[in-house]
Design a protein around this ligand. Structure first.
Ligand code: 13P
Length: 251
């Protein structure tokens, strides 16, 4: 099955609404509609509507949120909800990003709950999995990513699983300048693909894009994208500069 590559920018806690306007002006001038790629921006919640407004003429580009709360609504000061994200036009939600897990203490149980809420809210989850350096050195990579995947999918049925996006982001590669080799990425993407096959069958599993993230830049993007079972990129630091991002999306 053909999987259109998904190239996603995770801006994390960077780029204000003012910065985003200037970014889009410069980026969009360089990048015409790309039929063979799906582009996604994940701005901060405060910058979200500016980016959505800035892309009104480019509806082929998706916008998502970096996080949602694990309850639908209520007394949760500081949080954002699935329905609010959908209301302003977001289509995708990052779930289980390594910074959520390791900086904010997000548990597997929370990712289970969030995945379920997002799917019920008719948004597309982009579930992130990845091992720490310690787990990798202990030979536990496959076990860790399979555990995180199992938690993320726990409350989804086969039809819902077939619609998700998945990302492998080794924690030791995020923001460190140390990238997984294309062969490393292919190996773990293959593990994830098999885990999907066992749940939803070969054909449906083949349609789930699995993105790689962790120190992707304009120098390594095309090699990573060419690796087997790598169906896209989730990029942090190198997505903050419009010129660098424009060259990555065309890699
Ligand atoms: P870097 O590209 O800065 O390593 O970040 C990767 C990431 O966490 C994307 O979600």
């Amino acid at each position: 099955m053909h999987r259109k590559p998904v190239i996603a920018a995770n801006w994390k806690l960077n780029l204000s609404p003012t910065d985003a306007k200037a970014f889009l002006q410069r980026f969009l001038a360089q990048v015409p509609k790309l039929n063979e790629r799906t582009l996604v921006f994940f701005p901060s919640a405060i910058t979200l509507t500016t980016v959505i407004d800035g892309l009104r003429e480019r509806p082929e580009i998706w916008v998502g949120v970096q996080n949602v709360h694990s309850e639908a609504q209520g007394a949760f000061t500081g949080e954002n909800s699935v329905l609010m994200a959908r209301d302003v036009g977001a289509r995708v939600v990052l779930v289980g990003h390594s910074e959520r897990r390791h900086v904010f203490g997000e548990t597997d149980e929370m990712t289970t709950r969030k995945m379920s809420l997002i799917v019920q809210g008719r948004l597309t989850p982009l579930l992130c999995v990845g091992e720490t350096l310690e787990e990798r050195e202990a030979g536990r990579t496959a076990e860790v990513v399979e555990r995180q995947l199992t938690a993320g999918l726990a409350e989804l049925d086969a039809g819902q699983i077939a619609q998700i996006l998945l990302a492998y982001e080794p924690v030791w590669a995020i923001g460190t300048g140390r990238t997984a080799t294309p062969a490393d990425a292919s190996e773990i993407h293959g593990v994830l693909r098999q885990a999907l096959v066992s749940r939803i069958g070969e054909k449906a599993a083949a349609g789930v894009p699995i993105l790689y993230g962790g120190s992707v830049n304009r120098g390594n993007a095309s090699q990573l994208l060419a690796a087997s079972d790598v169906d896209g990129l989730l990029v942090g630091g190198a997505s903050l500069d419009p010129d660098s991002w424009a060259s990555i999306v065309r890699a």
